[in-house]
Design a protein around this ligand. Structure first.
Ligand SMILES: Nc1nc2c(ncn2[C@@H]2O[C@H](COP(=O)(O)OP(=O)(O)OP(=O)(O)O)[C@@H](O)[C@H]2O)c(=O)[nH]1
Ligand SMILES: [Mg+2]
Length: 233
């Protein structure tokens, strides 16, 4: 239970984060980049999907990845080994990335270049939901092995996202994943979220998801360019 001092402090922290996220978004736009915040529970398949989508969009986009993990740089190294430009942020004791960490990376000129910046958040279905980073798009992954009830148990992150990607579709039958229950849960929480079903293993749904993401990126970059153009006149 929080007392009013705790509530006040939390409100301040979230407000400060929102302000910095706003500034980060401007920085991304200034650099001609579209940023995506990829969130999920640990092991849902974020890094694997990033690897697939970098491969799929290689000819159309220059992709940079910011990897968030509490410790180490296993994911960034994995992506670099696959020829993908990736920078690691270690969050230490924090169970999520926050706007300050992204802002520090931008200020140090270590943020990866690219017109599509994918930020892989720390594996966690709770805390990342409350800390926007400056992204243009919020995507939540849910692997079938986690169970179809998770949106109802962790509603905040599913309510507050642009798309839900169901991963590991190749395992859906093995774990009796109930898509009717899932669809009902998602539409009760967030009727605007786009829903994708993919398997990095079989390749199912990867092309459709990547082309949707590419379109979102192209539309946003075009709009940002038009705004910049109108300001310069
Ligand atoms: N069967 C199957 N396994 C998958 C699929 N996608 C990922 N995996 C496996 O799931 C495990 C976790 O995948 P990661 O990509 O590391 O997941 P992550 O969300 O990045 O994990 P954290 O960064 O630790 O939160 C790995 O063993 C992957 O090989 C898939 O589509 N099908
Ligand atoms: Mg990962």
């Amino acid at each position: 239970m929080h007392d009013s001092t705790d509530e006040h402090l939390l409100k301040r922290i979230l407000e400060d984060n929102d302000q910095l996220a706003h500034a980060n978004r401007h920085s991304f736009e200034h650099a001609g980049a579209f940023a995506v915040n990829l969130m999920s529970a640990p092991g849902a398949g974020k890094t694997t999907l990033i690897s697939k989508l970098a491969n799929e969009l290689r000819s159309e986009r220059s992709i940079g990845v910011i990897e968030g993990d509490m410790v180490g740089d296993i994911d960034a190294q994995r992506l670099r080994d696959a020829g993908i430009n990736a920078v690691q942020i270690s969050t230490g004791r924090s169970c999520h990335l926050d706007a300050k960490m992204i802002s520090r990376l931008i200020d140090s000129n270590k943020s990866p270049a690219g017109d599509l910046i994918i930020i892989e958040n720390v594996g966690n279905l709770v805390c990342p939901a409350e800390f926007p980073l400056g992204e243009h798009l919020r995507i939540v992954l849910l692997s079938v092995t986690e169970g179809d009830d998770k949106p109802l148990k962790y509603p905040v992150i599913f309510r507050n996202c642009d798309a839900v990607v169901i991963t590991k579709m190749d395992l859906a039958e093995l774990v009796d994943f109930d898509f009717d229950r899932l669809h009902k849960a998602i539409s009760s929480l967030n009727s605007k979220a786009d829903l994708f079903k993919v398997s990095a293993k079989s390749g199912e749904g990867i092309e459709g998801f990547c082309s949707w993401l590419n379109d979102k990126c192209a539309m946003s970059l075009k709009a940002a360019e038009a705004t910049a153009h109108s300001h310069s006149h």
